[in-house]
Design a protein around this ligand. Structure first.
Ligand SMILES: Nc1nc2c(c(=O)[nH]1)N[C@H]1C(S)=C(S)[C@@H](COP(=O)(O)O)O[C@H]1N2
Ligand SMILES: [Mo]
Length: 324
């Protein structure tokens, strides 16, 4: 997203040089180690996994109220074409490096303007509410989209546990930093930790989902294990991965992207085909998996990513051009 051109340009042309340098050095180290161990291509930088959860079944009941009829993106595409800048800027970097992420032990602190702020363990969060499968469209600000069967439940289930007070006007989401495991963090790029935020009514909206899995399995690390957000009517960058803290606050927080490029990424980030990114149109999108690469048929981007019936009323009276 710091990139200066649309997503269809080769990553090597848009990736800041320090990230490439770090990536090359890392691959050289990994290659040398693999050769030394005689393990060749099957060697993984994470070595023995810290936990077995990834890939395990995560049963859920399909929620027909949230099932898009679009063709679902393949598991392979969803898990190999990712944005998780802590692991690098290439779409393939998260799948390559995120196996080093340690997802146990894991806690999420829900703090700030709340009557009963506290810390939740991941096992408690997995049992907090019934797991639902919801098929959501994810629209990246870069101009591509996917259709993903997420597993999780409405974030409101968790927020209600801590009794937000009247001064909780916004909710800030803080994501994990594991410097040793994250080449993108060591390279700079963004102001870490990756932080996102929603207005309290957006956060409490039933569509806003706390996600623990996809395609009926525990989330792969590259998709934001052990838990992430899915806010389907907003550009993908709002859906922060690997959450460690959720803060109820009075003032509108600045997200990492707002700090990095305030003229390009606003607080609201509602999908809006009528408001172009300063460097490209948002009128259409490329559906990952359609084939054809650059020449794939374009899909029309829908206002609020197609969720207008559910969410448009949240923005009555708000100028969505000024509040992009
Ligand atoms: N912590 C963190 N969360 C993140 C990002 C990131 O770089 N770091 N990228 C965002 C962006 S730009 C998008 S489009 C989605 C991509 O989610 P996916 O890789 O599961 O499709 O994650 C979002 N959440
Ligand atoms: Mo994105």
């Amino acid at each position: 997203m710091l990139i200066r051109k649309p997503a269809d340009i080769l990553p090597s042309e848009i990736t800041p040089e320090p990230v490439w340098r770090e990536r090359r050095a890392w691959m050289a180290r990994a290659g040398a180690l693999a050769a030394a161990a005689g393990m060749g291509a099957i060697w993984t930088p994470g070595g023995a996994r810290a936990e077995e959860a990834e890939g395990a079944a995560l049963p859920a009941t399909s929620n027909p109220a949230y099932a898009l009829m679009d063709k679902q993106t393949s598991f392979k595409d969803i898990t190999t074409y990712n944005n998780y800048y802590e692991f690098g800027l290439d779409k393939s970097d998260p799948a390559e490096y995120a196996n080093k992420l340690k997802t146990r032990p894991w806690t999420v602190s829900v703090e700030g303007a709340a009557g009963k702020p506290r810390t939740f363990g991941i096992d408690e969060l997995l049992k907090l509410a019934p797991m639902e499968e919801r098929i959501y469209r994810l629209r990246c600000v870069e101009g591509w989209s996917m259709v993903i069967p997420w597993v999780g439940y409405s974030l409101s289930n968790l927020l209600k546990q801590v009794d937000p007070t009247g001064s909780a006007k916004f909710v800030e989401f803080v994501t994990v930093v594991q410097r040793e495991a994250m080449p993108g963090v060591r390279a700079g790029v963004l102001d870490w930790p990756y932080v996102e935020a929603l207005r309290i009514d957006e956060a409490m909206h039933p569509l806003t989902m706390l996600v623990f899995g996809l395609y009926g399995k525990v989330l792969p690390n590259q998709n934001g294990a052990p838990l992430r957000l899915a806010v389907p009517w907003k550009y993908g960058f709002k859906s922060a991965k690997s959450l460690v803290a959720i803060r109820l606050v009075e003032k509108q927080p600045a997200s990492s992207w707002m700090k990095a490029a305030p003229h390009e990424y606003g607080f609201y980030a509602n999908v809006n085909p009528g408001v172009s990114h300063p460097r490209w149109s948002q009128a259409t999108e490329r559906r990952i998996g359609d084939g054809g690469g650059f020449f794939a048929p374009k899909h029309k981007t829908l206002m609020f990513n197609g969720y207008g019936d559910q969410v448009a009323s949240l923005y009555t009276g708000l100028d969505l051009r000024a509040n992009y």
